[in-house]
Design a binder for this molecule. Structure first.
Ligand code: FAD
Length: 489
């Protein structure tokens, strides 16, 4: 294919050439049109940058994906606002759009995004588990986690949360559970694994609770996340079906090549592709990224969580927020979100995570939907077949290669910050680059804004347009610049 050049104004600016400088506007290429990329592009456009956004898929949103094929919105990616409060960076936008939220929990629930208020758990024989037992084992699970906290003070070395639980149960026989109670405990573990999209034997004891949980509890986006991202994307120059394959940086700017042979030039680039995509090395960096950045990319872990959405013609399940199956291993447990409660539509969403999610991704969509339905049929024998289904593939989709980042054993949480730190005129954003709100939409959003602001400052500094920010370094030093924050590693 013939190569075409897209000249975002490529600056050849000297600081003394004021007239020339005034005739050009600064430019940036944003890579990835998920929440981070769209937030960054939106902010830079407002700052009078020329911005082009390159997106590999034929849609925007990334891991925000609201499907309308049932005739109403269903989120196959993110669906909760974690932290329904004014401190949430997304609150002003969601509030302004008047989008309703359905609160599934308050603060500090043992189940993260659910309260133990409206649910029905069953054993694998279809008998409902008494609520008192669920509550009691929930308290035990919290006590076990508190005990694991002591372990992390005792042990210098990190270990998995699964190993820590084993040690605690050896030390504290009164916390051990048997029979049905043991299975309920496995279900709590399964929900924890869902929160991290990873198995308990890979989650770091030292770091699992280091993300910041905003107050206000967790709210489901009743109409889906799409209206939010659509609003931010309005007026942006977004090039869909542009998979970036190469990013070359130099003193004069950045050259980005997409798979269809097009080349784009700008002063700087903001990279927001998912961690899984960076890990796969499908984008070539010229020159190579520094070692500390490559190490952050390879060391951070990304987990898998999927959604199998079952649409029924009638409601046959109890009027609760979620249904669950308890089993002798967390792998064998299951969780169904009842969307009917929040949206009025007859839909259940089965959400496997970790190894189970990866195993199910190997199945055809039909087999995956059948698998989910069989879990349901096991607890509700009168269940009628779904009339439609949707299946996500976040783990194997080449545009995501994972669902969200989590803290793996032996890896520092500060790797997220290393991932975020710019390299010359390349800026990084996305959920994985958020120290405080890793793995969330508002985390992706805030890193997008952060990257845009850093990019703006940096580019304008080079133009001499920021009087207060005179360039402190010559061009030579700039090329090998190591950001100040690196001292925090
Ligand atoms: C099943 C699931 C449930 C979730 N639930 C929640 C939830 O309830 N609440 C919450 O806060 N968070 C949730 N999350 C996490 C949340 O969706 C993400 O943290 C957030 O959407 C990530 O945004 P991002 O901009 O960092 O990445 P993305 O949204 O993945 O955007 C990156 C973009 O880069 C594009 N891209 C990839 N490769 C290339 C390339 N080579 N060239 C150009 N473009 C490329 C991708 O197509 C994508 O559009 C969930 C995620 C999943 C998968």
């Amino acid at each position: 294919m013939e190569s075409r050049c897209n000249n975002l104004p490529l600056k050849k600016v000297s600081y003394s050439n004021v007239e020339r400088r005034k005739s050009l506007s600064p430019s940036a290429i944003v890579i990835g049109a998920g929440f981070a990329g769209i937030a960054a592009a939106h902010a830079l456009k407002n700052a009078n940058f020329q911005v082009v956004l390159l997106e590999s898929r034929d849609r925007i949103g990334g891991r925000i994906y609201t499907d309308y094929s049932f005739g109403f919105p269903v989120d196959l990616g993110a669906s909760w606002l974690h932290g329904v409060c004014k401190e949430n960076p997304l609150a002003p936008l969601i509030g302004r759009l008047g989008l309703p939220l359905y609160r599934t929990s308050g603060d500090n629930s043992v189940l993260f995004d659910h309260d133990l208020e409206s649910y029905a758990l069953f054993d694998t024989d279809g008998h409902q588990v008494p609520q008192e037992l669920v509550q009691k084992v929930g308290d035990v699970f919290e006590s076990i986690l508190k005990e694991t906290d002591k372990l992390r003070c005792e042990h210098g070395e990190d270990m998995s949360i699964a190993q820590a639980i084993t040690i605690v149960l050896e030390r504290c026989p009164d916390l051990r559970q048997e029979g049905l109670a043991y299975n309920v405990l496995q279900w709590y573990l399964c929900r924890m694994e869902g929160w991290f999209a990873a198995d308990a034997d890979t989650i770091s004891l030292k770091h699992w609770d280091q993300e910041v949980l905003l107050p206000g509890g967790h709210g489901l986006m009743v109409r889906g996340y799409r209206p939010v991202i659509n609003t931010l994307a309005k007026g942006l120059d977004i090039r869909l079906a542009h998979r970036v394959t190469k990013i070359a940086r130099g003193k004069k700017g950045v050259e980005v090549t997409s798979g269809n042979g097009e080349t784009f030039f700008a002063d700087a680039a903001i990279i927001t592709v998912p961690l899984g995509v960076l890990k796969a090395n499908s984008i070539k960096f010229e020159p190579r990224l520094p070692e500390w950045k490559e190490e952050a990319i390879s060391s951070l872990a990304v987990g898998t969580e999927n959604k199998i959405v079952l649409h029924f013609d009638k409601i046959f399940w109890p009027n609760v927020e979620f249904l669950g199956v308890v089993a002798s291993t967390s792998y064998g447990c299951s969780y169904f979100l009842n969307l009917h409660k929040a949206t009025g539509h007859p839909v259940l969403v089965y959400m496997p995570a970790g190894r189970l999610a990866r195993d199910i991704e190997k199945m055809s969509d039909e087999a995956a939907a059948k698998f989910a339905f069989l879990q349901l049929k096991g607890i509700l024998p009168d269940a009628s077949e779904p009339i439609q289904y949707l299946v996500s593939h976040w783990g194997t989709d080449e545009n995501s290669l994972g669902s969200y980042t989590y803290d793996a054993v032996g890896k520092s949480h500060e790797l997220c910050e290393r991932l975020r730190i710019p390299v010359d005129n390349l800026f990084f954003a996305g959920e994985a680059a958020s120290m405080k709100y890793t793995g969330t939409v508002h985390g992706a959003f805030s890193t997008g804004l952060m990257a845009a602001e850093e990019c703006r400052m940096r580019v304008l500094e080079r133009y001499g347009d920021l009087d207060m920010f005179q360039p402190a370094m010559g061009e030579e030093a700039e090329a090998v610049s190591v950001p100040l924050l690196i001292s925090r590693m």
